[in-house]
Ligand binder design. Structure first.
Ligand code: ADP
Length: 584
């Protein structure tokens, strides 16, 4: 893959990873936010429950007191005209002081004030008509009437009204108890969560934050109901926008107000006081938690991404390195091949040179060898001429015989050389040296017997090599014949022939008990001979030709003089595994 493709693929992975990471971070944020908001909502409900219970419990005592007062004989006595206003008002004032109620009033059957605990400080209240008030209207039907209002000074009051029944069970008057809300709230303003009780006209009547009491929320109700005795102008509830998050109502307040900027709303209807309680829970911890977890997820994903990028980069670097190494290897191999070719060329040149040297040596030797018989022939011819001139023909004929001998010798030299040249073209084949050895021994047998030479054979049955059968036989016969030549003047005439195979080499050793080589360094030199040239076969070509033949099989012919006397020639050839051997 080239680097452009690799870059393109990498960028595709990066984009996919980024998109997935953003999705994962977003999902983490939303899931965390949802669960945190649910937790806050549960907390809000508990706070609301507690606040509602507390308010109801506080109002309950006044409700019961109203019940008791409606049945009190002093109240009945006043309504029935059996007691005076002053006495009853005094009774009401005392009761108010002991119970903590703000005011206590007794009304006649038409709803006008007959007596009041405030008679002394506000005597004008006597005769006021409250018949249209919601609590009195409700009390008329024998229920517990409730009502709330606020005066111009912002003092909020909660009222309970109960009918005073006559003997026949019909209302003959009413008792009204007024409770000051500010005093009730004083106990629970320390709550952390803002809790507000809204009435049906959208006015926050009770709250654990003083500043939030008596404020109108136009989003709940356009205008505050006139049925509650509120001042004409009410302050607005802090301005806010509505939204939803995680299935919850959120009121978004402007910063700077005493409300949390983003408040989760938990709400609960409180039918006993006909209001709806709302808790405003700060969602900041939920958002912070969600942001924190999202940031953590982003950090982990970034780390993972960076790790992956690092891994990918080092993998690419490694790939580049390997490629560079491979290129260097290829270059090196090319250089080695070139150098090998140069070496081969040099070797070929050397071989050529050594061939030429050998040819030179041979030519010199051949010419030397041929020169001798030639000059002898010249001498014999000249002598023969002179002898014939003098009429000594019988002697001249002897010379002719000598000339014939010299030409025979020349023929042998040339024959040897031609034979060598011809056999060199024989193709190589798989040859069992043991067989060739047996045939060679067969050829040498006759002479050994006539010269009393003892040939001892140690041979493995198979020793396969690549060779030319005839040429190998020629070498072995030559070595045996040389050994027998060397033994001719010896008393003990013994030739030991050993054929063995060691791992991948076949070795044939032909050793004798003769005198050994006189000049071992020159043994393979062409035309080196210690034998009588004229008389018999000594030409000095046998070993050099044998050396060349064994070399042409990829083997080596070597010689050593043995410590105990005698020479040992060793033919070493590379062994080849035959099918039989391979299957064994
Ligand atoms: P040639 O047999 O015609 O002399 P070779 O090349 O075969 O030529 O031998 C060269 C010479 O090596 C011989 O003349 C002889 O001196 C010596 N030589 C060869 N084989 C033996 C041997 N087995 N023992 C001693 N000398 C040997």
């Amino acid at each position: 893959m080239n680097s452009t493709d690799r870059n393109r693929r990498r960028w595709t992975y990066v984009v996919i990873y980024l998109v997935m990471s953003v999705a994962a971070v977003g999902a983490t944020f939303h899931v965390t936010l949802r669960s945190e908001l649910a937790r806050l909502s549960r907390t809000g409900r508990v706070v609301l429950e507690q606040s509602s219970d507390r308010l109801i419990a506080q109002l309950e005592s006044y409700r019961e007191m109203t019940d008791l007062m409606a049945r009190h004989p002093q109240v009945s006595a006043l309504i029935e005209g059996r007691s005076s206003r002053a006495v009853t008002s005094e009774f009401l004032l005392r009761t108010a002081l002991t119970t903590g109620a703000k005011e206590l009033h007794t009304l006649d059957a038409q709803g006008r004030v007959l007596a009041s605990s405030t008679l002394e400080e506000a005597p004008h209240i006597i005769g006021t008509d409250w018949s249209n008030r919601a609590d009195v209207i409700a009390a008329r039907t024998r229920r517990m009437g409730i009502y709330h209002s606020a005066d111009d000074l912002g003092q909020r009051s909660y009222y309970f009204a109960r009918s005073v029944l006559n003997d026949t069970g019909n209302p003959q008057g009413y008792v009204v108890v007024k409770v000051n809300m500010d005093e009730l709230e004083a106990e629970w303003r320390i709550d952390e969560t803002v809790v507000t009780f809204f009435d049906t006209s959208g006015v926050s009547f009770v709250s654990n934050r003083l500043g939030l009491a008596l404020r109108h929320d136009s989003k709940l109700q356009q205008t505050p109901s006139a049925s509650f005795g509120y001042p004409e102008t009410l302050q607005s509830f802090p301005h806010h926008q509505l939204s939803r998050a995680g299935g919850h109502d959120i009121w978004n307040f402007e910063s700077g107000s005493e409300m949390p900027e983003r408040a989760l709303i938990a709400s609960q209807d409180v039918p006993l006081i006909n209001m709806t309680a709302r808790a405003f829970i700060d969602t900041n911890p939920a958002f912070s938690e969600a942001r924190l977890l999202a940031a953590l997820a982003a950090a982990v994903l970034s780390l993972f991404g960076m790790g992956f990028a690092f891994f990918a980069q080092s993998r690419d670097r490694l790939a580049d390195q390997l490629r560079v190494e491979a290129e260097a290897n290829t270059q090196l191999e090319a250089r080695v091949a070139k150098r090998n070719a140069q070496l081969q060329q040099a070797q070929d040149n050397l071989i050529q040179a050594s061939k030429l040297t050998a040819l030179g040596q041979m030519s010199a030797g051949i010419s030397h060898e041929l020169n001798q018989p030639l000059s002898a022939i010249q001498n014999y011819t000249a002598n023969a001429e002179k002898l014939i001139e003098r009429g000594r023909e019988p002697e001249a004929r002897e010379n002719l015989t000598l000339i014939a001998e010299q030409t025979q010798r020349m023929d042998r030299i040339i024959h040897n050389l031609r034979g060598f040249a011809r056999k060199e073209t024989e193709p190589l084949e798989t040859v069992n040296v043991a067989d060739v050895l047996a045939a060679s021994l067969g050829l040498a047998e006759q002479r050994a017997k006539s010269e009393n030479v003892d040939i001892v054979l140690h041979s493995v049955p198979h020793a396969w090599v690549d060779a030319g059968q005839i040429r190998l036989q020629q070498v072995i016969v030559n070595l045996l014949s040389n050994a027998m030549d060397a033994l001719s003047d010896c008393e003990s005439k013994k030739i030991t022939v050993t054929l063995s195979q060691h791992r991948k080499q076949v070795q044939l050793v032909i050793s004798d008990t003769g005198p050994g080589l006189k000049d071992i360094e020159r043994a393979f030199e062409p035309f080196y001979t210690t034998k009588d040239i004229g008389a018999s076969k000594g030409l000095g070509l046998g070993l050099s030709i044998s050396y060349g033949i064994v070399g042409s099989f990829g083997g080596l012919l070597s010689v050593e003089n043995l410590d105990q006397g005698g020479a040992a020639f060793t033919i070493t050839l590379p062994a080849i595994a035959t099918h039989q051997e391979a299957s064994q």
